[in-house]
Unconditional design. Structure first.
Length: 146
């Protein structure tokens, strides 16, 4: 019985990890889209292993149209190694994130990036169904062999 509980807990940890990776992968960028208000430069990237290495985590310096410099970090392939050595147009938009009810100004791509809801929902629901199926199989009553 203990083995089943451990396997069930590991299954649900994997399901939750997969769900958060799906949100990162298909989530889009809420702060994207709008008039160019600066450019990202000095870009450096590495793999984002929280998303199974499918995405890029990049850091850059954004030089605003006003000449100010801002540090920028993106963990979901907003910037990629293909952008290294170039100036990527960026914008600012008010975005509400986390528990705060106040919207804050965040940098994003000037090009609009919509979330891929057609991939997020089936992935999350599919992972949940797989988790339920595995848990059900682990705890079903098995008839003893006679």
């Amino acid at each position: 019985m203990t083995k089943r509980i451990v396997l069930s807990v590991l299954t649900w940890l994997a399901v939750l990890y997969g769900a958060q990776a799906a949100l990162l992968t298909f989530g889009g960028e809420a702060s994207s889209g709008g008039e160019t208000k600066g450019h990202a430069q000095e870009i450096s990237c590495h793999r984002n292993w929280w998303a199974f290495g499918l995405l890029w985590s990049c850091e850059a310096t954004i030089v605003g149209n006003d000449g100010k410099r801002y540090a920028y970090r993106s963990d979901n392939s907003i910037l990629t190694p293909a952008d290294i050595g170039s100036q990527v147009p960026m914008t600012t938009n008010r975005v509400r994130s986390g528990r705060s009810s106040q919207a804050s100004l965040e940098w994003g791509l000037a090009e609009r990036r919509e979330p891929n809801k057609a991939a997020v929902v089936p992935t999350a629901v599919g992972l949940f169904i797989v988790g339920l199926f595995i848990t059900f199989r682990l705890f079903r009553n098995k008839k003893p062999v006679s």
